[in-house]
Write a protein that binds this ligand. Structure first.
Ligand SMILES: Nc1nc2c(ncn2[C@@H]2O[C@H](COP(=O)(O)OP(=O)(O)OP(=O)(O)O)[C@@H](O)[C@H]2O)c(=O)[nH]1
Ligand SMILES: [Mg+2]
Length: 183
């Protein structure tokens, strides 16, 4: 019998690359709700997501994963819990060069941490050259929150990087299922 399809949600601030990441790995044409970006102060790019992103990827093991992306603009925050309903795990994408990186991490972890916690991996893009400082600082912030989650430097424009995030998250999902089954 085939395993049920998993739902994975990509979230994170504007311009972190949720739409790009889903488009990189989806095997089907993505559902897109892009409009012209009028908030160039937040992020210099042409379009922004106003509803959600949707894509679908077939994994080598034969399982399929439904990929959802949240809108990044804070005014669409009401969409986050709607999109996250029944998710098996979360990919949190962050902009490594953003001055409010720490606030972004706290904001999204506060919003997406459930009890029991959902598997969650963090992908950090746009890293400056001394990226290890940025990653170290995030690890420290996570340790202070008692949430030792995986933090992976990535470029969302690179399909293999996005697949690495998915693989890492699937490993976490599997581990948490085993823990649930065996206590
Ligand atoms: N120059 C550069 N561009 C990047 C890098 N990583 C991502 N991008 C670009 O950043 C943009 C990300 O845009 P989106 O994928 O629309 O981001 P999003 O998270 O969906 O944004 P919202 O829907 O507005 O919340 C794309 O144009 C990417 O090509 C990077 O490391 N360097
Ligand atoms: Mg988007």
């Amino acid at each position: 019998m085939n395993s049920p399809e998993l739902k994975i949600v990509f979230t994170g601030p504007m311009g972190a690359g949720k739409t790009t990441a889903i488009n990189q790995i989806s095997d089907e044409p993505c559902v897109s709700t892009e409009v012209a970006n009028n908030d160039l102060q937040q992020c210099q790019k042409d379009t922004t997501t106003t509803g959600l992103d949707y894509g679908y990827v077939n994994l080598p093991d034969g399982n399929g994963v439904r990929l959802y992306g949240t809108p990044g603009q804070e005014r669409f925050r009401f969409m986050w819990p709607i999109i996250a309903t029944n998710a098996a795990g979360i990919v949190l994408l962050l902009n490594g060069d953003h001055p409010e990186l720490e606030d972004h991490l706290a904001l999204y972890l506060d919003a997406f941490t459930t009890n029991p916690p959902l598997p969650l991996v963090i992908g950090v893009g746009r890293l400056p050259d001394n990226d290890f400082h940025v990653i170290d600082a995030l690890h420290q912030q996570l340790a202070n929150r008692n949430q030792p989650l995986p933090v992976i430097p990535i470029d969302v424009r690179n399909r293999d990087d996005v697949l690495l995030l998915i693989d890492t998250l699937l490993g976490q999902i599997e581990a948490s299922n085993l823990e649930f089954a065996h206590g």
